[in-house]
Design a binder for this molecule. Structure first.
Ligand SMILES: Cc1cc2nc3c(=O)[nH]c(=O)nc-3n(C[C@H](O)[C@H](O)[C@H](O)COP(=O)(O)O)c2cc1C
Length: 220
């Protein structure tokens, strides 16, 4: 009896650890999702992204602001709200995902899997990922070992699955994101503590803006 009770307690503790707590997810935190649009005389660009805790949304918004300032007409759309039928209407597409334990978030991997035909119809594509592997890069140093590591293990394996999109890709970028322990699901928090991941907001505006400027040149 005592043993059964212990097993039950252990199971309950595991379930509590694994279940996402309400209030920790963007579905309960709509403020983490950013959408916007600007109308100018330049080409029409779609920026779509996924996020769990908002960092990638903020990076996407900064790219959006830069491209709007560069006279593009831009739609910034959270991937869950994206109408795939409209993708082919754009002159350029920017797709962004954070890295969670290696892979991209499912919102973007599903978009690529199900709609790569439509994405490949867009003349020019660009991709960015946010992660913390490159958090210590103060300057835009793509030759740095951590940058190359992120490119090799996080960026390239996903893009390599879609040669049709890859042939349209004009730029890829690994950008630093961030997270706070207080925002994580209990299980995520446990794992991040276990692997001693440092928390913080590691975004670097200068690097994001420089990439957006480069994109503007390539999308013209
Ligand atoms: C549970 C968890 C797992 C993560 N795994 C990785 C990882 O494998 N590699 C990495 O470089 N960053 C990793 N990160 C850092 C995130 O990619 C980074 O904080 C990202 O900007 C979060 O984006 P979001 O706020 O839009 O969800 C992880 C973060 C969390 C919370």
């Amino acid at each position: 009896m005592k043993k059964k009770f212990s097993v039950l307690c252990l199971l309950l503790a595991l379930v509590a650890l694994l279940l996402p707590a309400p209030g920790y997810c963007y579905r309960e935190k709509p403020g983490d999702v950013i959408q916007d649009n600007c109308a100018n005389s330049g080409k029409k660009i779609l920026i779509t992204y996924d996020t769990e805790h908002g960092s990638t949304a903020k990076v996407a918004k900064e790219i959006f602001d830069d491209l709007c300032s560069d006279n593009f007409t831009v739609d910034l759309v959270f991937v869950e709200n994206l109408d795939p039928a409209k993708i082919a209407d754009y002159d350029g597409i920017v797709i962004g995902s954070p890295i969670y334990n290696g892979p991209w978030l499912p919102g973007i991997t599903k978009l690529l899997k199900r709609h790569h035909d439509q994405i490949a119809q867009v003349p020019k594509a660009a991709f960015f990922i946010t992660c913390t592997t490159v958090r210590d890069l103060a300057t835009d140093d793509e030759s740095a070992a951590t940058y190359q590591e992120a490119l090799k293990y996080f960026m390239n394996p996903e893009l390599d699955k879609y040669p049709d999109i890859k042939s349209k890709t004009v730029s890829t970028k690994v950008l630093a994101g961030g997270f706070q322990y207080s925002e994580l699901y209990p299980f995520q928090r446990f794992m991040m503590h276990l692997f001693k991941f440092p928390q913080g907001d590691f975004r670097k505006s200068a690097i994001i803006d420089a990439w957006a400027d480069d994109l503007a040149d390539k999308f013209k």
